[in-house]
Design a protein around this ligand. Structure first.
Ligand SMILES: Nc1ncnc2c1ncn2[C@@H]1O[C@H](COP(=O)(O)OP(=O)(O)O)[C@@H](O)[C@H]1O
Ligand SMILES: [Mg+2]
Length: 289
């Protein structure tokens, strides 16, 4: 998590594309993203900002458009309009692989692991280490190197509960599997790690492990975007909370300034987000497209 200076943020509006949070330059940013599916407007001018090293929670009701926003940011959905910047540079991802090549790793709601394969192989899925020389050219895998690296990474992330990395992933508990998926993202994400409801299927203890992992990743300087319904989890790990409503960002708040029930009210619209935290573009009710 980043220091406290990011938690009392104020959104200011400058030139188009220049929404700033005090003096901190966002590492990942989007402005006025729109995505329509026929008559359904899944994103209706969504803004987004992620600061270096922070954990940003994205919260909102079912159907608010959180997943669509995340898919647009990670190359799984191409927005109809709007702009995305990575490190200040406009980007347009054509696929999740494209976003991944730029350092954006995503852990989706459905676990993206291969159950029958061992843990080390899962960590390197699609990015296997090859032997050097002729054997490498013949696509021989360097299993020993992958196992050593997998062990180091799991240890560095504090995933000590995974004892034998040669075991198939299907032998792990749900929480351990999710830990492998999160570790994979942390290993290869060089800019941003994005997680859509990573604890939705987990018990209390397992959720605790994944939350610890998220904190560790952010402490290593890699910012994390966490979509979650779990308010205690959000309050435990988030530096800032992005409230998504009716297809757009309604505002960004600091957990220390509000209660969990305030956030629930902001999500449903029962309570207005304080003016200084409200998104300058948010109109409620939204403009009809
Ligand atoms: N592929 C799709 N086709 C049609 N409608 C979609 C599609 N994806 C999302 N939607 C619609 O867009 C809205 C936002 O969905 P989503 O982004 O999944 O919201 P959330 O993740 O906040 O629950 C919903 O009304 C949903 O039904
Ligand atoms: Mg969703």
């Amino acid at each position: 998590m980043s220091d406290n200076s990011t938690s009392d943020i104020k959104l200011t509006k400058g030139a188009p594309g220049a929404t700033t949070v005090r003096d901190v330059t966002p590492i990942f940013r989007a402005e006025r993203l729109v995505k329509r599916y026929g008559r359904v407007t899944a994103m209706n001018g969504a803004n987004f900002e992620l600061l270096p090293g922070e954990v940003l929670a994205v919260v909102g009701d079912n159907g608010a458009g959180k997943t669509t926003l995340i898919k647009a940011l990670t190359g799984a959905v191409h927005p109809d309009s709007g702009t995305i910047w990575l490190d200040g540079e406009p980007v347009s991802f054509h696929s999740p692989q494209d976003a991944r090549r730029r350092g954006i790793e995503t852990v989706y709601q459905q676990l993206a692991v291969a159950p029958a394969m061992d843990i080390a192989s899962n960590l390197f899925l699609g990015r296997e280490m090859r032997r050097s020389g002729v054997l490498g050219a013949m696509r021989f895998l360097d299993r020993k190197a992958m196992r050593t690296e997998a062990r180091n990474q799991l240890d560095a992330l504090g995933i000590g509960t995974v004892q034998d990395i040669t075991l198939p992933v299907e032998s792990l508990s749900g929480g351990q599997r999710q830990a492998v998926a999160v570790a994979r993202a942390a290993m290869f994400g060089s800019k941003v790690v994005v997680m859509d409801e990573p604890t939705a299927a987990l018990g209390v203890r397992e959720t605790g492990h994944v939350l610890d992992l998220i904190k560790r990743i952010a402490n290593r300087g890699l910012p994390v975007v966490l979509i979650s319904h779990d308010m205690p989890a959000v309050f435990e790990v988030a530096d800032r909370i992005h409230v998504h409503r009716l297809g757009r960002r309604a505002g960004v708040i600091a957990p220390k300034d509000v209660t969990m029930s305030d956030v629930v009210s902001f999500i449903t619209g029962a309570e207005e987000i304080p003016k200084e935290s409200r998104d300058p573009d948010f109109v409620d009710p939204p403009l009809r497209a």
